[in-house]
Design a protein. Structure first.
Length: 172
């Protein structure tokens, strides 16, 4: 669907259920996840259905990140609409297996997805919601040009920190 130098970016599908379940049950990958790990594959199947539904309704959503050299699932990233405090945002999600962190793969994928997203929504503000002690996620948000807004601290969960980026309505 999309690709970068090192990754294929594909819609989540049931064929990757085992790998997606492993990603969402990996203790390190889910360390700061408020909802916790997926307790079984049926839960992961439900998430896949939800992710695909968002794709069907909006023509965009979360991607699986697949390593070109190995064909392995690296993680997931992408945007979905999320309403918080009656305000609509494009929620940027990213989660990688620990062995793939620190290699610039998240940045590579997110930059590609962000450019691609302009054709679907170049107006709605982007949001990264992370935990206050998730230093890697905070550094990535800042590196991507997102800015912390303290008035949104703890907005859903204690320890939430919200980083925002207002998209400009610019031509492709």
């Amino acid at each position: 669907m999309l690709e970068t130098d090192r990754l294929y970016l594909l819609k989540p599908d049931i064929e990757h259920l085992d790998a997606l379940f492993q990603l969402h049950t990996n203790n390190e990958s889910t360390k700061y996840t408020p909802k916790g790990i997926h307790e079984n594959k049926d839960i992961t199947k439900g998430f896949i259905k939800g992710w695909r539904r968002h794709w069907e309704e909006n023509d965009f959503g979360y991607f699986m990140l697949i390593a070109k050299d190995t064909g392995e699932l690296v993680g997931m990233s992408g945007f979905e609409y999320r309403t918080i405090n009656y305000q609509l945002f494009l929620n940027l999600y990213y989660r990688l297996f620990p062995k793939y962190t620190g290699e610039g793969l998240a940045t590579e994928a997110i930059e590609m997805i962000s450019r691609w997203m302009k054709q679907f929504d170049a107006v709605t503000p982007k949001l990264i919601r992370t935990n206050q002690v998730n230093e890697s996620s905070i550094k990535l948000a800042e590196r991507l040009g997102y800015e912390l807004n303290d008035t949104w601290n703890n907005i859903i969960n204690d320890g939430d920190r919200c980083y925002f980026k207002q998209q400009l309505n610019v031509p492709l």
